[in-house]
Design a protein around this ligand. Structure first.
Ligand SMILES: Nc1ncnc2c1ncn2[C@@H]1O[C@H](COP(=O)(O)OP(=O)(O)OP(=O)(O)O)[C@@H](O)[C@H]1O
Length: 247
């Protein structure tokens, strides 16, 4: 079977302190030429793995080891500097849930805007409008014709989740999504994720929450300082994470 996500020798380079200005001394010594490697580092390097359709993969590791960077590479938001990432299918990014919202527009207008940005047709959104808004909850339902500037951050996240959860895309990317919202909304998120996984979607979940990881994922990737050091079951990845010595 063809992999739905395939990374080969994947690496990306960032620049620390991007806003650092050249000091006068550097200008005189280097005549304005900055050292090309100054401040550059690889948050992720030499990462290879394959994900088959329907697999549920948890990504674990300490803070700053490249987990979110890996999600962004899968989502196509970042372009690798080395190797390649191939994704066969559309991606539903349950990442920054209120991303793309315009504060000047109402909830209704944002629903069409963000849904459209994710490739949903106006006809589809019109048909599922009530369902999406009702999923987002009573508060959003009542304020659907109010500018989202006046929404609480929780209301924006609910509407964002409701839209993304309606995408038919085969790949779900999540970054601690269940950390947001109140208990009732979290229960709704869990039930939705379970329904989507039962439909055979592929999941890549970045999380520090062991319960979420073991609930949703069978497979685990453990990243250590930007390198993929364990690719096994979620239990194996969590054991490696637990056993990692603090730095
Ligand atoms: N746009 C950027 N420019 C420069 N450095 C960045 C950028 N985004 C992230 N970094 C750095 O890259 C490294 C990896 O970041 P990343 O967010 O992928 O880590 P993470 O494993 O998801 O961390 P956490 O568990 O804290 O969410 C970190 O050192 C971070 O500071």
């Amino acid at each position: 079977m063809a992999a739905i996500i395939e990374a080969e020798g994947l690496g990306i380079r960032f620049v620390r302190n991007r806003r650092r200005q050249l000091r006068l001394r550097e200008l005189l010594i280097h005549r304005g030429r900055r050292n090309a490697d100054a401040g550059r580092f690889w948050p992720l390097r030499d990462v290879s793995f394959r994900v088959e359709p329907g697999e549920t993969v948890g990504v674990v590791g300490r803070n700053g080891t490249g987990k979110s960077t890996l999600l962004r590479l899968i989502a196509g938001v970042l372009i690798p500097d080395e190797g390649r990432i191939r994704v066969r299918g559309a991606v539903a990014p349950l990442l920054e849930l209120s991303a793309g919202f315009s504060n000047d527009l109402t909830g209704r207008e944002n629903l069409y805007l963000v849904g459209g940005l994710h490739g949903l047709s106006t006809a589809y959104l019109r048909k599922h409008f009530d369902e999406i808004v009702s999923f987002a909850g009573e508060q959003v339902e009542r304020s659907v014709d109010t500018s989202v500037r006046h929404y609480s951050s929780g209301m924006k996240v609910r509407l964002g989740f409701a839209i993304i959860a309606h995408l038919p895309h085969p790949i779900l990317l999540m970054d601690e999504v269940t950390a947001v919202g109140d208990a009732e909304f979290r229960a709704k998120c869990y039930a939705t994720i379970e329904r989507l996984l039962a439909e055979g979607r592929t999941l890549v979940l970045v999380s520090h929450n062991e319960k979420d990881l073991t609930r949703f994922c069978r497979r685990g990737l453990y990243l250590d300082a930007g390198r993929l050091t364990v690719d096994g079951t979620i239990d194996e990845a969590l054991r490696a994470y637990a056993g990692a010595s603090p730095r």
